[in-house]
Design a protein around this ligand. Structure first.
Ligand code: HEM
Length: 225
């Protein structure tokens, strides 16, 4: 697909638009919390802390999957401009996951912070959630151009861990759901499709590469004959 060149001004507008979209769920949550505080109208439901944790966790997972969908979307459409938003979306996934973690620490555990280690060890769904967050933290720290340059080829290998983070996040969600698994199942299917696409593309690229290495050799044996 051929697109007209994007001007720097258009890019700034697009980036601002993406920031606004990404901040909307957080703004909505603040609005509900404000309503709950001032009007006491139960805007956050029967269990406000669970609602806050739920919304932040679910948006962290959504942004993570949206960030993972950027490359396949570019490959399908040929629009490389969208690659510029991949890092931004990944950082929003990390930000929401960190707010989610903070909500767990400040609202759920309150001042019993010493319990966190016990929680991570004792409850498997917290263990995998924490592992996903640590991976996202590492990826966020090393997402800058400086780290990209410093790590060179290793940067690409490290950033493949984003798939591990997505799998762990889905597992975390799946594990804590008691009966109705439809929602985590949907996210699991999306994550599996994105990973499957990636593996299929890699296998295809490797096959083409092998073929092109073999071809000159085959040509030279034909010449010898
Ligand atoms: C330090 C790491 C984490 C901790 C301690 C943690 C803790 C929790 C807790 C306690 C819940 C249950 C909330 C409830 O009462 O319903 C939850 C739900 C959830 N978390 Fe995490 N989480 C962590 C990391 C993550 C990460 C990295 C993601 C995604 C990228 C994530 C996504 C979710 C999702 C989707 C839910 C389900 C929401 C729901 O239906 O309630 N969590 N988490």
């Amino acid at each position: 697909m051929v697109l007209a060149r994007v001007t720097p001004m258009q890019r700034v507008i697009m980036k601002t638009f993406v920031h606004v979209l990404c901040l909307l769920p957080l703004a909505w949550l603040f609005y509900l919390a404000w309503q709950e505080q001032t009007l006491g109208n139960g805007a956050l439901g029967a269990d406000p802390i669970a609602t806050i944790e739920h919304e932040l966790g679910i948006w962290a997972l959504r942004f993570l999957l949206i960030a993972l969908a950027v490359t396949p979307l570019k490959q399908l459409t040929g629009v490389s401009e969208i690659l510029r938003y991949r890092r931004l979306l990944g950082l929003y996934a990390f930000a929401y996951a960190s707010f989610h973690f903070a909500a767990f620490l400040f609202l759920d555990l309150k001042s019993y912070w010493s319990q966190i280690v016990e929680e991570i060890i004792k409850r498997p769904y917290i263990t995998v959630g924490f592992a996903a967050w640590v991976i996202l933290l590492l990826l966020a720290i090393t997402s800058t151009r400086g780290w990209q340059r410093r790590l060179a080829k290793r940067w690409t290998y490290l950033h493949r861990a984003v798939y591990a983070a997505a799998i762990l996040a889905v597992l975390h969600f799946w594990w804590l759901v008691k009966s109705d698994i439809r929602e985590p199942l949907l996210y699991a299917i999306i994550a599996a499709a994105l990973l499957g696409w990636r593996l299929w593309r890699r296998a295809r690229t490797n096959a083409v590469r092998k073929q092109s290495i073999r071809s000159p050799a085959e040509k030279s044996t034909h010449k010898l004959r």
